[in-house]
Design a protein around this ligand. Sequence first.
Ligand code: HAM
Length: 557
Amino acid sequence: MSTLKAVRGTRDLLPPETALWNRIEATARQVFARYNFGEIRTPVFEDTALFARGVGEETDIVSKEMYTWSDGERFNEKRLIENWFIANLSIDPNGDEPNRVKLQGTPQFLAKLRELGVQYQVSRTPRFGPDQLLGHAELVSFRPSLSEDAISSLIKARELARSDADSEIQNRQIRLILVLPMDAAKNTWVDTKDVDVERLNGNYFDSSQSLTLRPENTAGVVRSYIENKLGDSGQLQKLYYIGPQFRRERPQKGRYRQFYQIGAEVIGPPSAGSESPVRDAEVLEMLATLLDELGITGWTLHLNSVGSAADRARYNEALRAALVPVVGKMCADCQRRAVTNPLRVLDCKVPEDQPIIDTLPVIADSLDEDSRKHFAAVTAALDAACVPYTRNHRLVRGLDYYTRTTFEFTHGGLGAQNALLGGGRYDGLSEMLGGPRAPGIGFAMGEDRLVLTLLAQLDQKAAPPLADAFIAPLGDGLNAAALVLARELRHKGLWIELGEGSFRLKKSFEAADKSARRIVILGEDELQSGILTVKTFSTGIQTKVPRTELADFLKSQ
Ligand code: HAM
């Protein structure tokens, strides 16, 4: 049998690397707390419409990369029953040909059948022939799929019909019929015994909601802000999140189909100052601090403004006009974008298109006075706080909700996927999702990329952290005593690895050397005398330590 593997683009995060993930998350939480952010956790899946409306239908994320499915397909039993009666009996279920078909039984008996999932008892009385008087009976169950339960329930129903005093079909031949939709899964491993399975053509499932695994978290946060009326407090909401996101992208170094983001959003009514450029500068300054505290050096902050919705509409027109003479030479995606959403042409990564894109107008020329002032105030605050940045005119970001400030932090060590994080302002997103006016700004860091960068900086795999001591019981009989000693030490806050009495001493030493700084030998003598033998691997020194002093000894270096 072939072994099962993690799905392409997903991976397991394992110790010791997970210690680094935890350290990154702990540092982020500390920094967020200092800037007065609180944690928000939104669901991992949302209504597909949230991303279509929020992130934008034309973006790569929504048009190509989402994991979307139709949820809660409900089995329409009534439709299957009606169609079965029409197709199979050629008469109405409440038919007026009682001599051919009858639904029989006392209400109590029919209720018992229904409990077993058998919806109908049908009596067939042929008009002609020797069976004319008696005919045979059918017990019919209508189900969405073939299952062992459906088969055994029908068989139980037949037993019931034969033994129940209320049953009118006790003495007759009873046929069992299971009716399924034609496209119900064909579970061939189910033994259908002597049940006749009939499959009916037609659609017997009503689809309900289209759901999507979140490809990003900003739309979910804003949905939550609206749904939970967070704006009613009149305060700014400062929210951060840490969690998995999902995009069906081509996997490569630093790009996964399940990846992790650490992000934050500042959102609130304009009266709370949510539009102020100082918010943008504060978020960017916090990011510089966070990256420094994580120990990530050598990052570059790329900064731009994509202006207001009106600025962008103006810019889109300028781009559309500029693209007319050149778009014929560009890639198919750009040709489509040139018509639907010219701004997205700037996201193009096709190398041949780059020289053409370099000749297109820049958005800075389409900004109105307010947007220019806003941007100038952001850069002035950054200058004051000594946060370095470079202006990048092409930075329009791959999501449609951005207005005004957009930014990315890149790192040279990452290769092609060099964005450590991205973000920007989204002053109209709440309204786009049917909410009140609630300007906001935020970012998301790719945690996988933070880990890659830190590992590259360390120039080694994360060194496995070592336990304070490894306790080696000498013989099976000492396992319980070793567990008690480990418990004592662990209660005193020590990090203990517990060995195994059946190991030979050499094997215990090898295991201890890999996992702990010291080994504590626990034999009969040690147990009786209360004096333990401890070896420190870094020095090779062996020491006799009284049990009462062991914890302090192990805490020392
Ligand atoms: P984004 O630029 O799509 O923005 O993603 C932010 C970061 O997530 C990227 O810079 C990258 O580090 C990481 N990332 C994205 N896709 C992948 C992937 N397939 N594998 C690994 N890492 C990835 C957003 O998601 C916005 N919601 C950011 C934001 C928050 N804007 C305003 N508020």
